[in-house]
Design a protein. Structure first.
Length: 263
């Protein structure tokens, strides 16, 4: 009987050890971080910086794309086991943005060797000095409709270069595409109207009719660039969340933000 009791106790100990090993190995299997993540905040240098609504990271198997809050970025991704990402920054736009403190800090943290802390709907990236990028998997902002939305132009595109509008024109340069095919808005100085046709991924403006105020300085430069762009023929359009880009075949284009839907 004593032998049986010893055997039973030994089996129990083996079972507990096996359970412990199973739990430990299971803890090493973190959920895959691949997917779209909305940035909540950064902690760095003893401070917490809250993220603009547009800040996000879209993690793929070997690439990341996203937005620092205003400027878009790309990066290469490598894995070192289940709990470490190695991020090598790629290209990013260079617009002057309202919250540059957050953008600069985010770009500085999202590089190099980052440790993953993954939950069901949360992801935290931690740097070697303990700084963190806190994110959640809330659904991305739905794409605004191209038609019946007030679009405010915030940037000009020239190939790979993206520049923000001059302060004199920012906020004033806008347009709307109505359901009946009429476009109207402000080029930064003069109001305009034009017929517009949407054909799949292409948007074509007809002849522009505009008021004739003299527009000098940076505002005039923006107006001339937009007048040439809108009159250049079919433009490729793309809406992502609240952002619109219109691009001509020669690489020139504009970026705009949705303000409100037209009632």
């Amino acid at each position: 009987m004593r032998t049986l009791r010893h055997l039973t106790t030994g089996l129990a100990l083996l079972g507990l050890a096996a359970c412990g090993q199973s739990a430990q190995s299971g803890s090493d299997l973190l959920p895959d971080p691949t997917g779209s993540w909305a940035v909540e905040s950064l902690t760095t240098g003893g401070r917490t910086l809250h993220a603009p609504a547009a800040a996000r990271v879209d993690l793929g198997p070997d690439e990341a794309t996203g937005n620092y809050g205003c400027n878009g970025f790309t990066a290469r991704i490598a894995r070192d086991g289940a709990s470490v990402l190695i991020v090598t920054p790629g290209q990013s736009t260079t617009m002057a943005c309202e919250n540059m403190e957050f953008e600069t800090a985010f770009a500085k943290l999202l590089t190099g060797r980052l440790t993953l802390d993954r939950g069901t709907d949360r992801l935290t990236l931690r740097t070697a000095d303990g700084s963190t990028i806190a994110m959640n998997s809330k659904p991305p902002v739905p794409d605004a409709p191209l038609v019946a939305t007030h679009w405010t132009v915030d940037s000009l595109i020239d190939g790979e270069s993206v520049s923000s509008l001059a302060p004199e024109a920012a906020g004033r340069t806008r347009f709307t595409l109505a359901a009946d095919g009429a476009a109207s808005g402000n080029l930064g100085c003069n109001r305009f109207s034009a017929p517009a046709t949407v054909d799949g991924p292409s948007l074509t403006f007809g002849p522009l009719t505009a008021t004739r105020m003299a527009c000098a300085g940076p505002t005039g430069e923006v107006e001339r660039a937009l007048t040439a762009l809108l009159g250049s023929g079919p433009l490729a359009w793309k809406v992502q969340g609240a952002s619109l880009t219109l691009t001509a075949p020669d690489g020139k284009g504009l970026g705009a933000k949705a303000v409100t839907a037209v009632e």
